[in-house]
Ligand binder design. Structure first.
Ligand SMILES: C[S@@+](CC[C@H](N)C(=O)[O-])C[C@H]1O[C@@H](n2cnc3c(N)ncnc32)[C@H](O)[C@@H]1O
Ligand SMILES: [Zn+2]
Length: 401
């Protein structure tokens, strides 16, 4: 018998294994809990609720699937907090999770809308979508979503389906294990101050290639990079012509450790046609190359603004306090999303400068004719179309004031 505890998140109160009981004082959330529930992922679920509500403004969802559900909290929140009367299928291999998810469904009066099935997600996603394809699949695993992706794409409605993926294997996505990144995501990562952007783009690139091998195109709607995970929301549709054209969104990002310069190059372009200009005279590197990865857009502004409107019209107390700022920053950075962000603290370390306030440097750069924005990826980073040397000189000028 699992020792259970009641938790509240968003608009629901539900049961899961008593985390404190099973993990003791360490409060370490591990895969060995009898039923997995990580309260720290609430921000992820809050934003997922908002993005689904925003998506539902323009798209219809009849049925969704969460193949790795644990207590069921995520899907139960969608059912209770998002508009519409869509139904859901929830899977898990763990019998304790199945039992608790069923209890939660009853407790929340969702028996007519939610069905729990025990078994391996990779198989169930395919068999359970045979009669009716899913309109939304949300893969939120412990670690990488990669092994589930092909089945998930094949289970989605070819006329348009939403796919959300969480990845928590950050050591791999952030350059710690090159061979694992290459076999798991099909590209190299690099250790760099903007590595979370590389992580997101590796995940996005992999999702595009799995969609593409099934003749689907992708439309990235949003990404989230925070705490110790990355997440992406993608609309996919059967459209091989668009998928063909989207090969131009695969490329590499070169990064110089010596001067922090970055350069994005589509795979179709040769490096010698896109010469690397270092940001410090006579810089000798070393140079690193990340990818192949997705170098295209990461957001759809309508998706973000829709989520912001839903949030503004709702009671903010149901959401994590960080939500409004994250949405603001995403909306801002979308304008410059094709340029990798610059971590100002790392840049200042390199040049022995004092990091300015983000708002000061952004204002300065905007005043001298460049565009500059915050980024939700990192509080100490900005996006700008100003060359790196100009950013350095702007910081020096600000220090003189
Ligand atoms: C990170 S937890 C899910 C958390 C949940 N999505 C949430 O938001 O709270 C991952 C779950 O996947 C289940 N799982 C792992 N491998 C599986 C597989 N091959 N098929 C189905 N479930 C699996 C685990 O039992 C665990 O409950
Ligand atoms: Zn350099």
């Amino acid at each position: 018998m699992t020792i259970e505890k009641e938790y509240t998140e968003g608009r629901i109160t539900f049961l899961s294994a008593d985390v404190e009981h099973y993990s003791g004082n360490k409060k370490q959330i591990t895969a060995s809990l009898p039923v997995f529930y990580n309260a720290r992922m609430r921000l992820n679920r809050d934003i997922s609720v908002l993005f689904l509500s925003s998506y539902l403004r323009d798209n219809k969802i009849e049925t969704m699937c969460e193949p790795l559900t644990g207590s069921g909290v995520r899907t139960l929140r969608y059912l209770k907090e998002c508009p519409g009367d869509f139904t859901a299928k929830l899977f898990d291999v763990n019998p304790n999770a199945i039992e608790i998810a069923r209890k939660n469904i009853k407790k929340l009066n969702l028996v007519k809308r939610a069905q729990v099935v025990k078994g391996d997600a990779k198989i169930l996603v395919l068999t359970e979508s045979r009669e009716k394809r899913f309109d939304y699949v949300d893969i939120d695993p412990f670690g990488t979503p990669a092994p589930y992706l092909n089945a998930a794409v094949q289970s989605l409605n070819p006329d348009g389906g939403l796919l959300a993926l969480t990845a928590t294997d950050m050591p791999v996505l952030c350059g710690g294990y090159q061979s694992v990144a290459l076999r798991r995501y099909g590209g190299f990562s690099v250790r760099a101050p903007f590595v979370h952007e590389i992580a997101v783009r590796l995940l996005e690139g992999f999702a595009y290639r799995v969609a593409g091998l099934n003749d689907y195109s992708i439309t990235p709607l949003a990404v989230l990079s925070t705490d110790h995970y990355v997440r992406t929301w993608i609309k996919i549709e059967a459209d091989r012509k668009k998928s063909n054209r989207q090969t131009e969104n695969l490329g590499t990002i070169r990064f110089c450790e010596g001067c922090m310069q970055t350069q994005t190059t589509p795979l179709a372009l040769k490096y010698d046609e896109n010469e690397f200009e270092h940001a410090i005279p006579n810089c000798k590197g070393p140079m690193r190359v990340a990818g192949p990865l997705w170098i295209g857009d990461l957001f759809k502004i309508k998706q973000l603004k829709g989520a912001q409107e839903v949030f503004n019209q709702d009671d903010a107390s149901y959401y994590h306090r960080r939500v409004p700022r994250i949405l603001d920053e995403m909306i801002e950075e979308d304008a410059l999303i094709d340029i990798p962000f610059i971590d100002l603290h790392a840049l200042c370390d390199l040049h022995n400068l004092t990091p300015p306030k983000n708002s000061d440097i952004i204002e300065y750069l905007n005043n001298v004719g460049y565009n500059a924005t915050r980024t939700h990826f990192r509080p100490t980073a900005i996006r700008t179309n100003a060359p790196l040397v100009e950013v350095v000189s702007a910081i020096k000028n600000l220090m003189k004031r």
